[in-house]
Design a protein around this ligand. Structure first.
Ligand SMILES: Cc1cc2nc3c(=O)[nH]c(=O)nc-3n(C[C@H](O)[C@H](O)[C@H](O)COP(=O)(O)O)c2cc1C
Length: 259
C-alpha cells in the first residue's frame, strides 16, 4: 500500500469514527425530547377526539384542566383506584401476561387476537360531572392496525368525536380514515341500540348512508375503493363496544355508578 492510500484510509476511518459518535450521541440526547413529543401528540389526539382542541390555549393547558385519565378493568368496568394513571404504561400492560387475555375468534371483530384487561380511559368533566369519555380503540384494516380515540357522551350511547392517529392504509383509499370530512360524520351517531340490551350497532355501509334506513343513526358512509378498511373500522367499533371491550364501564357511567 502506498503512503498516500494509507493516509486516505486513516482519514476515512477517523471521519467514520467521529460521525458514528455524533449520530449515536444525537440519538441519546434527542430521546427524551422524542418521548415528550410523543406524549404531546397523544394528548393532542385525545383532545381532538373530544372536540377540545380548538381553544387558543396550549395542549398541556387544555389537557391538564379538562382530562382526567383513569385505569379501568374492562371485564368489571371498574376504575382501578389502586393504580396511578400517571405511572401506568399501556404498552407494558398490553404485554403483561398478568393482564393480557386471548380474544375468542368469534368475538374478535377487530382481529386483534388479544388485549389487556387494563385500559387507560380519559374522563372529561364539566362543572364537576362527567361530560364525555375518551377510549383508545384499535383494529385491523387491510394493511395495518388502525389506532384511534373515540369520545362518547356521558349518556353512554352518543358519539362526541372520533379520530385515527396511526394506521398504514393506502393514501387516497383506506387512508381516507383520517380525512376530517369523513371523521366528522361520526359525531352524533349512536353506538348502541336503545332497546335496553345495548348491543353495539355501528355500521360502515357500502356507499352512502340512506337517511330512511332504520340503522341510519348508527351508520356512516363507507370509503370508496376501500371496503376492507371500512369493514375493519366497523369491526373495531363492534369489538371495543362489546362486553369484552368498554361496554361494562359505559353501563356503569350510564347508571351513575361511576360519576
Ligand atoms: C395498491 C392498492 C392499494 C389498496 N389499498 C386499499 C386500502 O387501503 N384499503 C382497502 O380497503 N382496499 C384497498 N385496496 C383495494 C382492495 O384490494 C379491494 O379491492 C377493495 O377493498 C375493494 O373495495 P371496493 O369494493 O370498495 O372497491 C387497494 C388496492 C390496491 C391495488
Amino acid at each position: 500500500m502506498s503512503e498516500t492510500a494509507g493516509k486516505t484510509l486513516t482519514v476515512a476511518g477517523v471521519l467514520c469514527g467521529i460521525c458514528s459518535v455524533l449520530v449515536a450521541g444525537a440519538v441519546v440526547v434527542l430521546r427524551p425530547q422524542q418521548v415528550i413529543n410523543q406524549q404531546l401528540d397523544l394528548k393532542k389526539n385525545i383532545l381532538q377526539a373530544a372536540g377540545l382542541f380548538e381553544s387558543k390555549e396550549t395542549i398541556e393547558e387544555i389537557y391538564s384542566k379538562s382530562v382526567q385519565p383513569v385505569v379501568i378493568d374492562v371485564k368489571t368496568g371498574e376504575i382501578q383506584t389502586d393504580i396511578d394513571p400517571a405511572k401506568f404504561s399501556q404498552d407494558k400492560a398490553d404485554r403483561d401476561p398478568q393482564y393480557v387475555e386471548e380474544i375468542p375468534q368469534k368475538e374478535d371483530y377487530g382481529a386483534i387476537k388479544r388485549r389487556s384487561r387494563l385500559q387507560k380511559v380519559y374522563i372529561v368533566k364539566k362543572d364537576g360531572a362527567i361530560d364525555q369519555l375518551i377510549f383508545h380503540v384499535y383494529g385491523k384494516g387491510l394493511w395495518s392496525t388502525m389506532k384511534g380515540f373515540l369520545a362518547v357522551d356521558r349518556d353512554g350511547i352518543t358519539i362526541r368525536g372520533f379520530n385515527y392517529y396511526a394506521h398504514g392504509e393506502t393514501p387516497g383509499l383506506g387512508g381516507e380514515i383520517e380525512n376530517p370530512r369523513w371523521l366528522a360524520q361520526w359525531k352524533g351517531k349512536k353506538i348502541y341500540d336503545d332497546s335496553g340490551d345495548y348491543r353495539p350497532k355501528t355500521k360502515v355501509v357500502k356507499g352512502q348512508v340512506n337517511p330512511q334506513d332504520p340503522n341510519a343513526a348508527y351508520s356512516v358512509d363507507g370509503l370508496s375503493g376501500a371496503t376492507l378498511t371500512s369493514n375493519g373500522v366497523e369491526g373495531t367499533f363492534r369489538y371495543w363496544l362489546s362486553d369484552s371491550g368498554y361496554k361494562s364501564f359505559l353501563g356503569k357511567v350510564r347508571e351513575g355508578v361511576i360519576q
